[in-house]
Write a protein that binds this ligand. Structure first.
Ligand code: SF4
Ligand code: SF4
Ligand code: SF4
Length: 353
C-alpha cells in the first residue's frame, strides 16, 4: 500500500521535463522513499510546475489552508518542492528530480542515497540523451575565445554573470557526493552559480551563499584553471552555471561512456589542431575531460567526442590548439528562457513515447 503513493509520484515526476524513468530494479522508488514521507509524496502529487498560492492548492485538495501551508513550507525547506514569493505571498510548485530535488539535497546526503543515485543516474541520462533539447549546454572557456570569433553574449559565461543582479554560489553536489564515498577529485567544491529566483531559493534554504559578480567571475576563473567544463542552463537567459569535471559530474561522466558525446550535447564549437605548431607534448590530452584527444606525432581531436569546452586551448603553450565554430546550418540556438526550454523538452519527450 505504502509503495502506491511512491509509484504515483515517480510517474508524476517522469511527466516533468527532467524525467524520472522507471527501472526494473525499482531504484527510483527507493530514492523517493528516502526523500519523501508518504504524506509528503501525496502532497507533491497535487502540484504542477507552475507557482500557485496555498489557497488554490488547498481548494483543489479540499484541505485546510493553514495546515497545508505549513506542510508546503516544510517540504520546500526540505527541497522536495519549490517555493517563490511575490508581494509578500508564498507560491509553491512541483520540483523536477534533476535538475531540482537532487541538487536541493546537497547538504543532506548520506551513503545510501548516494549509492542509489549513482545506480540510477545512467537511466536518467538515457532520457537526457534521447531528447534534442538538454537542460544544460556547453560554452567555451573565455581563454579559448579569439577576437575574430562571433560568439554571442549567451555563449560567454562572463557576460552571463555580468547580467545578474543576484548570484548565489553552492557546493557542487556531484563532487561532494563522490568525496563522501571516497572517490572525490578534490577540485573546486563551491562551483554552482545560481541566478535570479533560484538564487533566493538557494539562499533561504541555506544551500549556498550570496556573492558579488566579481567573486562569481573569480570562481569562473578558478574553474578554468582547474580544468572544469562550463555548463550554463540551456537558455539564452540561464538561471545557473555549473563548473564540471569529467570524473564526478553525473552528466559528463555518463557522456564519457558514449562513443559520440558530441552528439549528445548542445554546443557550437569544436577543437582544431595546428599540426605545424604541435610538439606532441600531450598536455591537451590530459586536460580533455571527454578523452577526445589522442597524440602520436601530433595531437588529433576526435570530433565525435569533442564537446567544444575549449579547455585544451589555454593548456597548449605552442599555439597549436584553437576552437572553431560549427557551420551556420549546425549551430544550436538555445531557447530564450528556461520556461521555453522546459516546454520544448516536454514536447520532445511526448513525441518519443
Ligand atoms: S553538474 Fe557540474 S557543477 Fe553541477 S553539481 Fe554536477 S559536477 Fe557539480
Ligand atoms: S598541448 Fe599543444 S603542443 Fe601539446 S600535444 Fe596538445 S596541441 Fe600539441
Ligand atoms: S578536445 Fe577536449 S578539451 Fe578540447 S574542446 Fe574538445 S572536449 Fe574540450
Amino acid at each position: 500500500m505504502d509503495d502506491d503513493v511512491y509509484i504515483k509520484l515517480a510517474k508524476h515526476l517522469d511527466r516533468l521535463p527532467g524525467g524520472f524513468p522507471a527501472t526494473e530494479s525499482g531504484v527510483e522508488i527507493r530514492i523517493l522513499k528516502r526523500l519523501f514521507m508518504p504524506w509528503e509524496a501525496e502532497t507533491a502529487l497535487a502540484l504542477a510546475m507552475k507557482p500557485e498560492p496555498v489557497s488554490a492548492i488547498a481548494q483543489r485538495l479540499g484541505a485546510d489552508e493553514s495546515e497545508l501551508g505549513q506542510l508546503l513550507e516544510t517540504m520546500s525547506k526540505k527541497g522536495l518542492i519549490l517555493r517563490s514569493a511575490k508581494s509578500g505571498q508564498n507560491f509553491y510548485m512541483a520540483a523536477q528530480f534533476v535538475v531540482g530535488i537532487w541538487e536541493y539535497h546537497v547538504n543532506d546526503l548520506d551513503e545510501g542515497l548516494i549509492r542509489d543515485f549513482n545506480e540510477y543516474s545512467p537511466f536518467l541520462m538515457k532520457t537526457w540523451v534521447k531528447q534534442k533539447t538538454k537542460q544544460m549546454r556547453i560554452v567555451p572557456v573565455s581563454a579559448s575565445i579569439s577576437a575574430e570569433m562571433s560568439v554571442t553574449p549567451y555563449e560567454e559565461a562572463e557576460k552571463i554573470i555580468r547580467q545578474q543582479s543576484r548570484i548565489v554560489v553552492a557546493p557542487c553536489i556531484c563532487r561532494k557526493e563522490q568525496e563522501m564515498i571516497g572517490k572525490g577529485c578534490g577540485k573546486l567544491e563551491e562551483a554552482c552559480l545560481i541566478f535570479g529566483g533560484g538564487a533566493y531559493f538557494y539562499e533561504e534554504n541555506g544551500l549556498g551563499r550570496p556573492i558579488s559578480q566579481e567573486e562569481a567571475l573569480d570562481i569562473l576563473n578558478k574553474g578554468m584553471e582547474a580544468g572544469l567544463v562550463v555548463q550554463p542552463g540551456n537558455a539564452q537567459k540561464p538561471l545557473n552555471i555549473c563548473l564540471c569535471c569529467g570524473c564526478c559530474c553525473q552528466i559528463l561522466k555518463n557522456l564519457n561512456a558514449f562513443d559520440s558525446p558530441a552528439k549528445a550535447v548542445c554546443s557550437n564549437y569544436y577543437a582544431v589542431v595546428n599540426e605545424d605548431n604541435c610538439t606532441a607534448c600531450g598536455l591537451c590530452q590530459e586536460r580533455c575531460q571527454m578523452n577526445a584527444v589522442t597524440v602520436d606525432e601530433t595531437a588529433h581531436v576526435n570530433l565525435e567526442r569533442c564537446i567544444g569546452c575549449g579547455l585544451c586551448v589555454p593548456t597548449c603553450d605552442f599555439d597549436a590548439m584553437h576552437i572553431a565554430e560549427k557551420e551556420p546550418s549546425e549551430r544550436y540556438v538555445p531557447p530564450a528562457n528556461l520556461t521555453e526550454t522546459y516546454k520544448r523538452i516536454v514536447q520532445e519527450r511526448m513525441q518519443m513515447k
